[in-house]
Design a protein around this ligand. Sequence first.
Ligand code: M6R
Length: 616
Amino acid sequence: MCGIVGYVGSQSALDVVMAGLKRLEYRGYDSAGVAVLADGGLATAKRAGKLVNLDKELSEHPLPSAATGIGHTRWATHGGPTDANAHPHLDNAGRVAVVHNGIIENFAPLRAELAERGHELPSETDTEVVAHLLAEEYSACADLAEAMRLVCRRLEGAFTLVAVHADAPDVVVGARRNSPLVVGVGEGEYFLASDVAAFIAHTRDAVELGQDQVVELRRDEGVSVTAFDGTPADVRSYHVDWDASAAEKAGYASFMLKEIAEQPKAVADTLLGRVDGSGTLSLDEVRIPAGVLREVDKVVVVACGTAYHAGLIAKYAIEHWTRIPCEVELASEFRYRDPILDQQTLVVAISQSGETMDTLMALRHAREQGARVLAICNTNGSTIPRESDAVLYTHAGPEVAVASTKAFLTQLVACYLVALYLGQVRGTKYGDEIGDVVRDLSGISGAVERVLGTMDPVRELARSLAHKNTVLFLGRHVGHPVALEGALKLKELAYMHAEGFAAGELKHGPIALIEEDLPVVVVVPSPRGRSILHDKIVSNIQEIRARGARTIVIAEEGDEAVVPYADHLVRVPATPTLLQPLVATVPLQVFACELATARGNEVDQPRNLAKSVTVE
Ligand code: M6R
């Protein structure tokens, strides 16, 4: 939540910062602002609403040219989305500018203290106190990094801060605690950002920052990192393995459409290099010794939103292939119920961004209790993999649209790999069985491609339902989380009442919702394999149709039993039952995207949401 950019170099700071903010707008779009250091002073501009409002303001009232600057795009926490609450925030003399992501929990006493000393704090934000405290500390030490360290030691909560001071025109300083910040290292120019996407057009060389660290960027001297107490810190540099074109729309009307289309490649890339020549799974990044994995007696998956749905599906694979009991928890609930964890518990934390605060807090709790944590993550260098015992990276490439699509499919692939790997080290799966599943997984990329090629009727159907108020989704077994995911996509994009149910639960209450012409999407499991499941859901379809529902049936090719009961039939390629979510989810993504577009909604930036949820 909130996107932050800082720059010092020789280019136009305003251009670099505004282009960076454009790339980070997915993180929040309630207001935006910039500050540049020019002519011995600070020049700022900020506007409520999306970045386009700030762009307009800047073209009407240009800022002076400058080579040092900072910027912010906001997801409001303290104080509404107004011009006054937009970042950057300044001290009363207008010499310090600060942008912030996160929440400063002790801002009220700090604010009272500053007011007592005569400071005026006109905004309603928690951020503003930092600008005032920095100004005070800087006036005593004339060193912005030291001032930042002193201030950070007084702050409680989660924060990324980036600041500039008019008296230090070649310096940008940043700090982080429990909130993301990465450094970009170019030729004589340096960047700070919430996400590498902000500077990927300029450099692919990045430096990770640890918790409670302050970074100082100096035009002539480069990057130096210290802990909040001033101790020099070790830094880890890395090279980003995707380029600027991956963060562009590439001719698609939205990032979401592009990311849906990228799924065949994302799935294939996530499988790449995971199996060696002898057919053995080799998950190099999973640095938990085989002996430890053999002792695991319980798996707990923690995640939020779409990643949680991936976890619900993982449970079926983990339990079926390894016979280890698996629980799946919403990360936001996990630590509050005092879960039973010990050294034999393996916690799997799934997160696209690697920065979701609820998931981070859950994994910290798990590690405190002695459990091992394996992260499944899409973002190199992010906090969740860094704080885990091991990581399996998904290779979806950057996911920009707020609604998760390709990340979900790759999370599923990673979950299947983890389940198979556990089966391999524990000997509950023979090599040839693992080989069979890996072969099935290898075919999924092509299957998703085929689904994508047949989506015109789904789009047409979505447009015809744009006026509806409610859509229900039903599924059984792994189809249940798919139904939940379909409903989540529709809620967040189309702002409609959409609910997913386990089809068997319907008769225990929700069937009362069925009325004439209510659209109900039903995810039908394969009639092969677990035919009992299939027969039961066909009965469920008949039950709702008898009560007037308009049935939209997602069923595999060749399943003729559903034909008489489907008002609309969406075919997906036949897959093994456990893998069906990889193909069955795709039509639901397309459906939600098209329906939301038909309702006039902006699919990449749905209202009230942000891509990366870095507050609890
Ligand atoms: O970055 P994460 O995977 O940890 O994010 C978790 C959820 O916030 C995320 O999946 C969210 O539910 C998506 N917007 C859903 O499309």
